[in-house]
Write a protein that binds this ligand. Structure first.
Ligand SMILES: Nc1ncnc2c1ncn2[C@@H]1O[C@H](COP(=O)(O)OP(=O)(O)OP(=O)(O)O)[C@@H](O)[C@H]1O
Ligand SMILES: [Mg+2]
Length: 263
């Protein structure tokens, strides 16, 4: 199996600018080593403030690491700039918790998906491609959804529009940061199932970020547990859930609702 993405001892420090500890340095991530295989769904689990989103932002190079390196397809991308950075960012797409905030209320679903296609100089029939993408995220019939504005569709549907938009540029990696935490339980399963079918159809690698261990076993192949900016445990999903070795992981599992514990 090929590794698509890999970090080598990355760390991230932030300078605290406000409040009582202003001027202090916060070590948000410390010596993090992770890898993602192709066609793999990787879960990144940890409590609030453990550094999950910071790691995601580092992986897409929205932030630069204070130390360590990031490799994409065995190439060191840590200091990429200009055209190389732009290309790299199209290979790694990110989906956020609240797609409402990321969709423009004045534009239709069609516009949201057409734009990345135009910007990435898509060659071919754009209308057909938009339909294909909407179909892939199960927004059917596409012609109905294309004309809608973000406020005219549900939260789960908005999340799927955002997903279609992310997939428009044929990424090799999709990072979903708490993609379902704002959705109802029934919709969560739907979106997770969709992520898994997208991995099957497109063969991309997915990093699924959550603090909710309940949803992890449903879709992930492997798990990293983050605690205070460090990876405290990693392993195949079923093994790790059955037999957590780190006390913090055990606490996370114990905190998950009952049906989950019985796995
Ligand atoms: N831009 C920033 N400047 C300063 N500190 C930051 C910044 N971004 C994150 N932090 C701090 O880094 C730590 C990790 O934050 P991060 O957002 O990565 O956590 P998280 O695991 O995603 O949490 P959540 O589950 O609440 O989303 C926190 O203490 C946070 O306050
Ligand atoms: Mg976060």
């Amino acid at each position: 199996m090929q590794q698509i993405l890999r970090t080598e001892g990355i760390g991230k420090q932030f300078l605290i600018r406000k409040g009582l500890v202003s001027g202090n340095i916060l070590q948000a991530l410390d010596d993090v080593n992770i890898y993602l295989n192709e066609r793999e769904i990787l879960a990144l689990v940890g409590a609030s403030g453990s550094g999950k989103s910071t790691l995601a932002r580092l992986l897409v190079l929205l932030y630069r690491p204070t130390s360590g390196k990031i490799y994409f397809m065995d190439e060191d991308v840590t200091r990429y700039k200009g055209r190389k950075l732009k290309k790299y960012r199209s290979e790694i797409q990110m989906v956020f918790q609240d797609p409402y905030a990321s969709l423009d209320p004045y534009h239709t679903v069609d516009w949201h998906i057409r734009r990345p296609l135009i910007l990435s100089h898509f060659r071919g029939n754009i209308d057909e491609r938009i339909d294909e993408l909407l179909d892939m995220v199960r927004l059917n019939p596409p012609s109905y959804f294309r004309e809608k504005f973000p406020h005219q569709i549900s939260g789960g549907q908005r999340q799927r529009v955002y997903l279609a938009r992310a997939l428009a540029v044929n990424p090799k990696v999709l990072i979903a940061d708490e993609p379902v935490s704002m959705l109802d339980v029934s919709l969560r399963i739907e979106v997770l199932d969709l992520l898994s079918s997208i991995r099957d159809q497109l063969g991309i690698g997915v990093i699924y970020i959550t603090h909710d261990l309940n949803t992890v076993s449903v879709i992930s192949d492997r798990i990293y547990v983050l605690h205070n900016g460090k990876i405290v445990e990693e392993g195949n999903t079923p093994d790790l859930i059955k037999n957590p070795s780190d006390p913090y992981t055990r606490a996370l599992i114990d905190a998950a609702p009952d049906p989950y514990k019985r796995l």
